[in-house]
Design a protein around this ligand. Structure first.
Ligand code: SAT
Ligand code: MN
Length: 587
């Protein structure tokens, strides 16, 4: 008797008509064979799928160039197909599930003719974790198959684990013609199914990542009482050798991965890394909040990563413990056959850019969204708790954003509800690197706007509900590394110095530490903040902690506009928090 998994694979093969079906076992031998196919046989836009980099300085590392029209997630082509539009909310594109299915079946018909279909059984989370989920993705891309080995716990005993059950998360992926007009990423939350066509890139194609672990999982979390969040997880160990764990959500261009791997500047402190992108958080049997990282690798932005911004990531990229490491859309130093990107070092003499053209310093060598894909097992700062199936207890939740004014370096929310309010109004100013004008504020609640798989008003409500289930809810903080002074200069040095902020957060989390109350929450007092050996003037520190509610007029108007978008689904508790902020302003 065929199992539901075997039947499903048969159905997909019937539809897509691959020449061969390859069930991935996740072994290194297999990965080496797939890479070889990508070097010798398959091409993309005239380039081999993989080219081997310098064997000595970048062993087991490969360059991949994607199609120039396929270099980032495509939110406009991403749909969440709930039975009705209201469930998807104003934060998602919606299509009727029947219509979406019909569209995808049309695109998939015969799309793998002459190709191999890779069947990838994988776990999101440790296989023994009560919070892990068994998944199966098919793909016709060897780049995706190799990437999934790095990013997930692929193969092993997953097929056995699924057995005769039909409860596994399904992903169907084909690169199709890489035609943006025939590109869709469709989510079917009720079926635990993702269908993706026409893109081979990152979050569009590695369906265990944003598609499942955030969009579908956030909806599962709503039904099952847990949280799937766009958060890093890190451990912080102080001089007393006690380790505390925090989870943090920061919008893009705020140094999220750098924070997860930071090198602390205060003696006696070390950090350990558990994840740089996604956290699944459940209330454990003891009423505490526990987090696991469902992923097993980093898909990090290469541009700007350096020994200064993230030395631990640079070391991770050279660790060469787990095969292989991929570089996508970076530049290439042709003398050394090494990857190169802006921010890494001075430009080498001979570079070709991410599209293979000679680099002349006018256009960027690496695409702004160039990436590396590397196993978390290579991580220099990996936490030993990464493999703990129970996850780690979370002492503090941190939200953040890039704000040049108004928001202090750090503040502590007054309660769980007030913390949810601060997450719900979270926003970041755009940087010049993005396609749009610099300095425009974009609200991105909990850094989940593109990833919440259902109506965001209901999501806020769910956060409030989870808070009520906990005995000992973590305190919620907000950080802003980007406040500027009168000359427009950043006042806070950031990077490894951020440990000082973490230290204060942990002191507050255990009911210690000095703080001053303000209308938006508590901020550090200058004498209660570790400034030993820090090159920031006392007056800048005072400015960094300053909250002047009289400056909040525009902000309040903008929050009102933001909340209006979610209409009647906005929880009344958050509207009440908004009202009390207005009262403080009007006082
Ligand atoms: O492409 S991914 O979604 O994996 C990365 C990102 O855009 O954040
Ligand atoms: Mn992300």
């Amino acid at each position: 008797m065929a199992t539901p998994l075997e039947k499903w694979i048969e159905e997909i093969a019937e539809l897509t008509k691959p020449e061969k079906i390859h069930w991935c076992d996740g072994s290194e031998k297999e990965a080496r064979e797939l890479v070889k196919i990508g070097i010798e046989k398959e091409k993309l836009n005239g380039n081999p799928i993989f080219s081997e980099l310098n064997k000595t300085t970048y062993p087991d590392s490969y360059l991949h160039r994607s199609h120039p029209n396929d270099v980032a997630r495509t939110e406009n082509l991403t749909f969440v197909c709930h039975p009705n539009k209201e469930m998807a909310g104003p934060n998602n594109n919606w299509m009727d599930p029947k219509e979406a299915k019909a569209k995808m079946l049309g695109l998939y018909a015969g799309c793998m003719k002459g190709k191999t279909m890779y069947v990838m059984p994988y776990m999101m989370g440790h296989p023994d974790s009560p919070y892990a989920k068994a998944c199966v993705q098919v793909t016709d891309s060897v780049y995706v198959a190799v990437s999934m080995r790095i990013m997930t716990r692929l193969g092993g005993k997953v097929v056995e684990k699924i057995g005769s059950s039909d409860k596994f998360v399904k992903g169907v992926h084909s690169v199709g013609e890489l035609d943006p007009n025939r590109r869709y990423i469709m989510h079917f939350p009720d079926e635990g199914l993702v269908m993706s066509y026409g893109s081979g890139y990152g979050g569009n194609a590695l369906l265990g990542k944003k598609c499942f672990s955030l969009r579908i999982a956030s909806y599962l979390g709503l039904k099952e009482g847990w949280l799937a969040e766009h958060m890093i997880i890190m451990g912080i160990t102080g001089p007393d050798k006690k380790t505390f764990y925090v989870a943090a959500a920061l919008p893009s261009a705020c140094g999220k991965t750098n924070l997860a791997m930071m090198q602390p500047t205060i003696p006696g402190y070390t950090i350990t890394t558990l994840g740089d992108d996604i956290a699944w958080m459940n209330v454990g049997p003891d009423g505490q909040l526990y987090a696991i990282n469902p992923e097993y690798g980093f898909f990090g932005v290469a541009s700007g990563t350096s020994m200064k911004t993230n030395p631990n990531m640079m070391k991770t990229l050279h660790a060469n413990k787990f095969y292989p490491t991929l570089y996508t859309n970076v530049g290439l130093d042709t003398d050394k056959n090494e990857p190169w990107w802006e921010g890494m070092s001075e430009a080498p003499k001979n570079v070709i850019d991410w599209q293979g053209k000679k680099y002349d310093g006018k256009e960027k060598a690496a695409h702004a969204n160039s990436r590396f894909t590397v196993s978390i097992r290579n991580c220099e700062t990996l936490s030993p708790e990464e493999e703990n199936p129970k996850g780690v207890p979370i002492s503090a939740i941190i939200f953040g954003g890039r704000r040049s004014s108004l928001l202090p370096l750090v503040y502590e929310s007054k309660s769980w509800q007030h913390g949810v309010f601060s997450g719900s109004i979270m926003g970041s100013e755009t940087t010049a690197a993005a396609a749009h004008a610099a300095g425009v504020l974009r609200r991105d609640p909990m850094a989940m706007l593109p990833f919440c798989g259902y109506n965001m008003g209901d999501y806020f409500f769910h956060w409030l509900e989870v808070g009520k289930k906990m005995k000992n809810a973590p305190k919620i903080f907000f950080v802003n590394w980007f406040r500027t002074n009168e000359e427009g200069k950043f006042m806070w040095p950031g990077f490894g110095e951020n440990i000082r902020v973490m230290k204060w957060i942990l002191e507050r989390a255990i009911g210690k530490g000095k703080a001053k109350e303000t209308p938006i929450g508590s901020v550090p007092t200058v004498d209660g903040f570790d400034m030993t050996g820090l090159d920031v003037s006392k007056s800048d520190m005072e400015k960094l902690f300053r909250v002047n509610i009289k400056e909040w007029g525009e902000e309040i108007k903008s929050i009102e506009e933001h909340y209006k978008k979610f209409g009647a689904t906005m929880p009344k508790e958050l509207l009440a928090e908004y009202e009390s902020l207005v009262k403080e302003y009007e006082k």
